[in-house]
Design a binder for this molecule. Structure first.
Ligand code: PEP
Ligand code: MN
Length: 281
């Protein structure tokens, strides 16, 4: 990686020790942000059930994909606009800000109409025209680390957004490809302190996609929170066995509250108070 390019990145605003920014009344960065929801929006009923469960469990935001990047073009690709409408309803119902992925810059207007945070998935981390457009917009961005990207490359990708004037970017470690085949990806938790040392952007962890199985999601969540991550984005489903996408790794919605409690305690060890004092993490 070209370190000269990194050296040219301007320093963050002086005298601003607080990491992060506001998203719909939640301060991301100062406290611990817990984003939860289904991998993909499947139906109104499914999304309502998850949204109600994660809201009751104290989640800070609702996640859910309407446009899904799938390895196979024959797999379910998401409900598209219909999925966005379902997310908008879930937002009205719970008051939770929505995090949803943008795959194609042509869908930016539709996605921005619903999303409080636009997710850029691992496969699009280096889609520079997409990042540039998001930099010109006013939606916060959750930028996931590419499957084989170094931290330098992730930071430089974030610069494509910041450079255009949009400073509300969170970085997200979600697991990288290594020689290990015992799980889907290797969750690189050292990315948390390493990114926090080099950037003032909030650093989140996705504990769902690396394990690829439910029983390993909580240990990774606790480790990330205790390591000082600024938040977690985790997959939850009301009926994981019958989920269309990423079911094996989805937490059951009826267990979310207990899970969130334990994550909250780990976040306190990691030095992160709830995002809203006295309120949900
Ligand atoms: C997702 O969040 O469902 C997803 C596809 O994530 P990633 O881009 O990290 O694979
Ligand atoms: Mn998923």
């Amino acid at each position: 990686m070209n370190t000269t390019a990194l050296d040219q990145i301007p320093a963050g605003p002086a005298g601003n020790p607080a990491r992060g920014f506001d998203v719909a009344g939640r301060h991301v960065g100062a406290g611990f942000t817990l984003i939860a929801g289904p991998c993909t929006v499947e139906s109104r009923e499914q999304t309502e059930a998850v949204a109600d469960a994660v809201a009751a469990g104290g989640a800070s935001m609702l996640r859910g994909g309407a446009y899904k990047p799938r390895s196979s073009p024959y797999s379910f690709q998401g409900l598209g606009r219909e999925g966005l409408e379902i997310l908008a309803e879930a937002k009205r119902r719970t008051g939770l800000p929505v995090v949803t992925e943008l795959l194609d810059v042509r869908d930016l207007e539709d996605v921005a109409a619903v999303a409080d945070v636009i997710q850029v998935g691992a496969r699009n981390m280096q889609n520079y025209p997409l990042l540039t457009e998001l930099g010109r917009g006013d939606r916060a961005v959750l930028l996931k680390r590419g499957l084989a990207a170094t931290l330098d490359e992730l930071l430089l990708a974030s610069e494509y957004v910041l450079k255009e004037g949009n400073e509300r970017v969170m970085l997200c470690e979600r697991g990288i490809r290594t020689h290990e085949t015992a799980y889907r990806f290797t969750l690189d938790l050292l990315a948390v302190p390493a990114l926090q040392e080099r950037s003032s952007l909030p650093v989140l962890v996705d504990p769902s996609h690396a394990p690829g199985r439910r029983d390993w999601v909580e240990p990774m969540s606790l480790a990330a929170a205790a390591a000082g991550a600024d938040g977690i984005i985790v997959e939850v489903h009301p009926d994981p066995e019958n989920a269309i996408c990423d079911g094996p790794q989805a937490l059951a919605a009826d267990r979310f509250g207990a899970y969130a409690d334990r994550v909250r305690r780990a976040a306190a060890i990691g030095g992160r108070a709830p995002a809203i004092p006295g309120g949900p993490v």
